[in-house]
Design a protein around this ligand. Structure first.
Ligand code: FEO
Length: 395
């Protein structure tokens, strides 16, 4: 790894995790990730903003050595999750005079999670500042991006927002500054969908507050640093709005082809009505891709055969995730094939309680779909088109 100065006296000293492929044993990482830690050198004091995942402590220590660091006065801990806090203990061992600067909630979590002794902390309040000598850190409490204790840090003189998990992306690239807006947009949208989407309403408030800060750089704790802050702020404004697109997402599983046949018929009927359709075979689809499409979809149609009288486990898992992510979907329906009965619709409805959607009539076929079932699927497509017209996404 390498220590890289992103602005005078501000050095990226984090770690790249090129080949990590799963986060929280749940979220696929097709582009790896990074744990960004930043050194801020004032005329009198030096602060380290966040650390790195414990598996990468060696990289952080090497980077600090390469940056010629002989003293750290403050370790600013913006968030207690271990991918940012996990190396605090190692830093305290090497720089025993350092103090962990954080808020009361984060302090309690760090004491629980990492056993850091209480006398190592200096707590700060929302809006409070810390003077490093010509560099002033201002702390901005931002609960729920990602945990309730999360805070951001604004470096006044340089107009840099250290945004922790907020506004980040799971993306490993060799230089910290953004180089490809298209690639970054896709990675940041996926990250938003997987991690931030459940907190859409809180994020709106945080974005309002950030309007009051002049920003030259946004430096998150994952992914790339944004030299054009409007790029990511505008993207977030769009993602957290209530606006959806003329898009139907169809997560499906088919065991013997009948449910697939229904998905294909419905997809064709929707396409003929000028509606964009994304069918996702949930045996192969990575859940990050599914989450990304949920950001804009107006409608979801869950498609499953029955297994032991209930929903297929892969679609049950999909419904559980969609429910937890709380996308801004407006409409939902259920289609599928059954053998001799079952509780497909009841199972799925019980899992989707968080979604504020209008349910459109489900279509269930006994075995292979017949003409009556195809007609019902055409009716469902017509109902979806009417609803999309009603909300103004289909003209
Ligand atoms: Fe990147 Fe919530 O930790």
């Amino acid at each position: 790894m390498a220590a890289i100065e992103i602005k005078k006296n501000i050095v990226w000293v984090g770690a790249l995790d090129w080949d990590r492929r799963l986060f929280d044993e749940l979220i696929p990482l097709p582009d790896g990730t990074s744990y960004n830690a930043y050194l801020v050198r004032g005329a009198e004091k030096t602060a380290l903003i966040d650390t790195v995942d414990p598996s990468k402590t060696g990289d952080l220590l090497e980077n600090l050595q390469e940056a010629g660091v002989t003293r750290i006065d403050y370790i600013v801990s913006q968030h207690a999750e271990q991918d940012h806090s996990g190396s605090i203990g190692a830093i305290l061992e090497i720089f025993p005079q350092a103090v962990v600067v954080t808020n009361e909630k984060c302090k309690a979590m760090l004491m629980d999670l990492l056993q850091i002794p209480e006398n190592k902390f200096q707590t700060v309040g929302d809006g409070q500042t810390l003077d490093l000598g010509g560099k002033t850190l201002e702390f901005i409490f931002a609960p729920w991006v990602h945990w309730p204790e999360t805070m951001l840090t604004y470096l006044r003189e340089d107009k840099i927002l250290f945004s922790c998990d907020f506004l980040g992306s799971h993306l490993a690239q060799s230089r910290p500054l953004l180089t490809d807006e298209n690639r970054t947009y896709q990675a940041a949208k996926r990250y938003f969908a997987e991690i931030m989407m459940p907190f859409r309403l809180q994020i709106r408030k945080h974005l309002e507050r950030l309007n009051t800060f002049a920003l030259d750089l946004i430096a998150p704790s994952h992914g790339v640093v944004y030299p054009r802050p409007a790029f990511i702020i505008d993207a977030y404004r769009d993602w957290v709005s209530d606006k959806t697109e003329n898009l139907v997402l169809i997560p499906f599983v088919s065991m013997h082809g009948s449910t697939r046949e229904m998905v294909e018929h419905l997809s064709g009927a929707l396409i003929r009505r000028n509606i964009t359709v994304i069918p996702c075979n949930m045996i192969h689809t990575d859940i990050g891709e599914l989450a990304k499409e949920l950001v804009d979809a107006s409608t979801v149609v869950m498609a499953s055969p029955t297994v032991l009288g209930g929903v297929h486990p892969a679609i049950a898992h999909t419904a559980f995730l969609a429910n937890a992510l709380r996308p801004k979907l407006k409409f939902a329906s259920i289609i599928g094939s059954y053998g001799w009965g079952g509780r497909l619709v009841e199972n799925l409805l019980a899992s989707l309680g968080n979604l504020k959607v209008e349910l459109l009539d489900p279509v269930l076929a006994k075995g292979c779909p017949n003409e009556k079932d195809y007609q019902a699927l055409d009716n469902l497509a017509a109902a979806i088109a009417a609803k999309h017209r009603e909300i103004g996404v289909l003209t």
